[in-house]
Design a protein around this ligand. Structure first.
Ligand code: SUG
Length: 439
């Protein structure tokens, strides 16, 4: 099995709209002018780097925004231009919500179970409903269609419907798969109960996004073999510190888990449970609050690194440049290498995404595929030099280099986005996945 990192291509309406309470970077940068072209090229450069390590790399497309259909559902009428103008009045919040390029953070696109873990030996996907945040919940229908077009062969893949909204599901951002020669474990982090039964602490300041019952439902639908799933509560204190997803304070791959002591409740008991299932090959590196305050970890995102398996069999870390600039975050990552848990740390610049609270790990959905499964993929999504060149040229052709809130109401932007995405869906061999192509 080879793991492919499906990175989200940053969309043409990339902006800083302050839409996610509890996401401190996004709140801090609200109102900043954006450069969608530079942001998309930065994302592409990260993909090129990861691919150059010999790691599996692929892409997922952006979504059409502004989402005029949702604005119409909210009661705005007339021509598309009328809808945009009306929704931009006052503080324009509804237009900003319906214009976010947030589908770029594909760690939130779905939860994925590789065929090695499932009873029917197929790869299972549950697109995340993202129901805690309005702007993110808009992604689910298109994400489902895109995944169904890429993973369309029913012999190998099952793309489920998103869960009912009451079971809030944030996808793989709260999910890590660990594997040793003895066992594999899928660790599901959850923040609250959809039907509170008492006895569970919840954050005081910020929303807990993932419902426990959503994780339980994903385990059932994915038909995980016995002993694979392990559900664990996120530390509510960590959520209040700004860890809105598990992947803000923890990341794992293969036999390695990097975590902050505020990632999960009772980390000592969690590590003992993992060690019992995974055996002596399981390795972890735990950061204490004293050595690396959660505030530094949330600001610099060392845990939102990608831990990637190299062709040599070793592990490497792809970390955001901000965690090289923060002395305590840097010291933690150096410790990971010094202890021999990883071969190297590579710092990359994804600042455009970081300013909205998304590091390298948020930008990718991990899909582990056998060679047969890979051959069954029905789209041109795997990264190579030719796709890189085509995407770079496509971005240069269609993206603006400056975008403010006022621009979101520009009817020309809507036309530009649709023209660009129509061309992209052809380039990627996706078929008509977008509503505007199907109307
Ligand atoms: O859902 N930011 C995203 C960041 C998602 C990061 N993903 C993971 N941790 N896996 C979110 O909060 C901000 C958009 C804005 O405010 O313009 C935003 O949606």
């Amino acid at each position: 099995m080879i793991e492919y990192n499906f990175d989200g291509i940053v969309g043409p309406t990339h902006s800083y709209a302050g839409l996610s309470p509890g996401n401190l970077a996004a709140t801090r940068h609200a109102g900043q002018a954006a450069n969608p072209r530079a942001a998309a090229l930065q994302g592409l450069e990260k993909m090129r780097f990861v691919a150059s390590l010999g790691v599996g790399q692929a892409v997922l497309p952006p979504q059409p925004r502004p989402d005029v259909a949702t604005l119409r559902a909210l009661g705005f009428g007339g021509s598309d231009a009328d809808v945009l103008a009306a929704a931009s009045r006052d503080d324009g919040l509804l237009l900003r919500l319906c214009s976010s390029a947030s589908a770029m953070w594909t760690a939130n696109a779905a939860t994925v179970a590789p065929s090695a873990d499932t009873l029917d030996a197929r790869v299972h996907f549950t697109p995340a409903n993202l129901s805690t945040m309005f702007h993110r919940a808009l992604e689910a229908p298109t994400t489902t269609r895109v995944l169904r077009n890429i993973f369309r062969d029913p012999e190998h893949f099952q793309v489920h419907d998103p869960l009912p909204a009451h079971l809030a599901d944030e996808g793989a951002a709260n999910h890590t798969r660990l594997r040793t020669p003895r066992a594999s474990v899928q660790l599901f982090g959850w923040g609250r109960q959809a039907w509170p039964r008492g006895g569970v602490a919840t954050p005081a300041r910020f929303p807990a996004r993932q419902a426990m019952e959503a994780s339980e439902a994903v385990v059932r639908r994915h038909r995980l073999r016995d002993g694979i799933a392990l559900l664990w509560q996120q530390d509510p204190g960590g959520i209040d510190d700004g860890a809105f997803h598990t992947d803000v304070l923890a990341v794992g791959n293969a036999h390695l888990l990097l975590l902050h002591e505020r990632a999960f409740v009772d980390p000592t008991r969690l590590l003992a449970a993992l060690r019992e299932r995974l055996g002596p090959d399981f390795v972890w590196v735990l950061a204490t609050e004293k050595a690396l305050p959660a505030a530094d970890a949330v600001a610099a995102y060392p845990f939102n690194s990608q831990v990637v398996s190299l062709p040599s069999g070793g592990l490497a870390i792809v970390a955001p440049i901000e965690s090289a600039e923060n002395p305590r975050a840097h010291a933690f990552l150096q410790r990971v290498v010094a202890e021999g848990a990883a071969e190297a740390v590579h710092f990359r610049d994804v600042k455009s995404s970081m300013d909205n609270g998304g590091g390298p790990a948020c930008l990718r959905l991990r899909v582990a595929l056998t060679a047969t499964e890979r051959a069954a993929v029905g789209a041109r999504v795997f990264f190579d030099d030719a796709l890189h060149a085509d995407l770079a040229a496509w971005i240069e052709r269609h993206y603006r280099d400056r975008l403010t809130f006022a621009d979101l109401a520009d009817p020309a932007l809507l036309v530009e986005v649709r023209t660009a995405l129509d061309e992209l869906s052809g380039l990627l061999g996706l078929g008509s996945v977008y509503d505007f192509q199907r109307a």
